[in-house]
Design a protein around this ligand. Sequence first.
Ligand SMILES: Cc1cc2nc3c(=O)[nH]c(=O)nc-3n(C[C@H](O)[C@H](O)[C@H](O)COP(=O)(O)OP(=O)(O)OC[C@H]3O[C@@H](n4cnc5c(N)ncnc54)[C@H](O)[C@@H]3O)c2cc1C
Length: 411
Amino acid sequence: MIKSIVIIGAGLAGATAARALRAQGYQGRIHLVGEELHAAYDRPCLSKGALTGTIAEPPMILDADWYVSADIDLYTGTRVISIDGDNRQVHFEFGEILNYDRLLLATGANARRLAITGSDLAGIFTLRSRNDSQVLKQSLGLGRSLVIIGGGLIGCEVATTAIKAGVNVTILEAGDELLLRVLGRRTGSWCRNELERSGVRIELNTQVSHFEGEGHVKAVVCADGRRIEADTVLVSIGSEPADELARSAGILCARGVVVDATGASSCPGVFAAGDVAAWPVESGPPRSLETYLNSVMQAETVATAMLGTATPAVQVSTSWTEIAGHRIQMIGNIEGPGEIVLRGSFDNGQPLVLFRVFDGRVEAATAINTPKDFSIATRMLANRTPVSTEELQDVSHNLRSLLKPEVMTLV
Ligand SMILES: Cc1cc2nc3c(=O)[nH]c(=O)nc-3n(C[C@H](O)[C@H](O)[C@H](O)COP(=O)(O)OP(=O)(O)OC[C@H]3O[C@@H](n4cnc5c(N)ncnc54)[C@H](O)[C@@H]3O)c2cc1C
């Protein structure tokens, strides 16, 4: 009988798993241990509303009262330093030991840092936590200059926010386009144009050599010798799954804790969910998806599996972003095999959807400013709805009508 479940990481996946365990009727102890001072909060707003100030405080994932009413042993400001898989114990930083029947690793990810000369100067930030967002926000005043290293989602979101605040923003991207990994070349190129139109300066194919400054950063020096003045630098070059606890415990890791489609790791009784988990995906090797919705889905799947009723859930990456005033939603890998079908045009400012169609089925979609169509595209993908390129392209043709009748009621 399962009497004690320990969850390491009191972020989105940890809190969601705790809630799902109680919802499924589990009545034993749940120890939810997080090193941050706050219980789980919304991280996506850290590069958006919390940075602009439209959101005063990041919303909490669960009300403070819930942890009490659900009888959760919540430890904040508490770091776990090791796992003993043989004796089913976890060790806290200050000596406490907890026994577990099931253990969930929900430790998230850490922002990747640059190990180059000057990296320790003041004014150089990464963005992962609520504290990071608050400190960065204080540096983004009117007329100041911000250099963002890395043109991925977080870099482009912060550029969107900072330019609105009157900051001079430059993005330095090592690749030949922004947002390639998550949005593909067409949407990446469109986002670059939109950001440039809003006043952001963008340098592609640019490697950073080192930082200059005395005590505080003054400039970023590129590998080709160019020097770009900066009051503030944001390093947003991706993140690394926080899997060091698992690695030290001898649990199989490969850029994240390798799990099966129920979240079970190589160590009996130990599971992983969220950004720390290298989870089976629709194609390619297991990997960390680093998205909010996938973290929630994985945490819910893991809760079921920990209680003994495994329902495998291979993941399809599902996410959203807000760049240059546009809401972009994406599902699946838009750069995979097949044909890209465009519904709408990048030129007229109207909502548009890109579908990747393979073998007569939608395999991935990116929707710009049209949540309704995104929802329909998601259903098409989930239900493997047969589609024709002509019908998808035809904006006079109602997208909803392409769904099978029994599915239409769900949208
Ligand atoms: C700035 C930003 C913007 C984002 N925007 C979007 C977006 O627009 N759309 C989207 O889909 N996704 C977005 N994401 C990603 C999304 O927030 C993450 O996928 C999600 O938060 C992952 O949840 P998690 O629980 O796995 O990790 P986290 O939320 O990071 O929680 C992990 C927790 O574990 C704690 N921890 C780590 N090690 C230990 C230890 N040894 N002991 C105790 N506690 C520990 C950490 O301190 C942390 O609190 C964004 C992320 C960031 C940082």
